[in-house]
Design a protein around this ligand. Structure first.
Ligand SMILES: CC(C)(COP(=O)(O)OP(=O)(O)OC[C@H]1O[C@@H](n2cnc3c(N)ncnc32)[C@H](O)[C@@H]1OP(=O)(O)O)[C@@H](O)C(=O)NCCC(=O)NCCS
Length: 173
């Protein structure tokens, strides 16, 4: 049976089901990842947290984005993730639908740059590329092959150099 795949806005009431889905998809150690350092104390980007629901199973897909500041100039970017699909509903296009819908919304909102830590072959399908070695420094270890970016405004990566922080940790010099 094909899952109807219509991304909808996530609501605060969805939070427990989203956390359960993330534990299922990534395991309980997920919170030790460097990406989580960029979400701690941060607030998810407005209008970009979306879910896919299925009768009987509840939430089968989730995605969210987090505001970042990069380098001394505080260049703005968004962190994509986590994205996770219910183990019984993977490989049916839900992940792609969630990414395409939210990336289009992020572009409409005027966001210029998205970064993420993840599997390059998957995210390349929507245009993500590897960040040049040494351009971005994350607050924890990251395999450089998995540090990826997507420009929603041409040339946006060139302004982004240095330490990547969650928006709430950045203070202009
Ligand atoms: C990774 C994930 C988000 C993909 O979502 P999905 O809805 O299952 O994937 P889609 O249906 O949109 O896309 C499926 C295609 O992507 C490919 N794909 C899926 N995960 C991939 C990965 N980690 N690396 C490379 N390709 C991948 C599939 O092989 C499939 O290819 P095909 O179209 O040629 O058959 C989802 O499977 C998931 O939550 N996995 C568990 C968590 C995880 O591993 N996350 C790591 C992501 S960095």
């Amino acid at each position: 049976m094909n899952t109807p795949c219509l991304p909808e806005a996530a609501t605060p009431a969805d939070e427990p089901a989203i956390e359960t889905l993330l534990d299922q998809a990534f395991g309980l150690s997920r919170r030790t990842k460097t990406s989580y350092r960029l979400r701690e104390g941060n607030t998810a980007a407005e209008g970009l947290s979306m879910v896919v629901r299925e009768p009987g199973l509840g939430i089968v897909g989730t995605i969210s984005y987090w505001p970042l500041r990069i380098g001394a100039d505080g260049t703005k970017a968004l962190l994509l993730g986590p994205i996770a699909i219910h183990p019984e509903r993977q490989n049916r296009g839900i992940g792609m639908a969630l990414m395409r819908t939210t990336l289009a919304k992020a572009a409409e909102q005027g966001h210029a740059l998205i970064v993420l830590v993840g599997d390059a072959p998957y995210y390349a399908r929507v245009g993500f590329m590897k960040v040049p070695d040494g351009q971005l420094l994350l607050p924890g270890p990251v395999d450089p092959k998995r540090l990826l970016f997507l420009e929603l405004r041409a040339g946006a990566l060139s302004a982004a150099k240095g330490l990547v922080l969650p928006e709430n940790r950045y203070h202009a010099a």
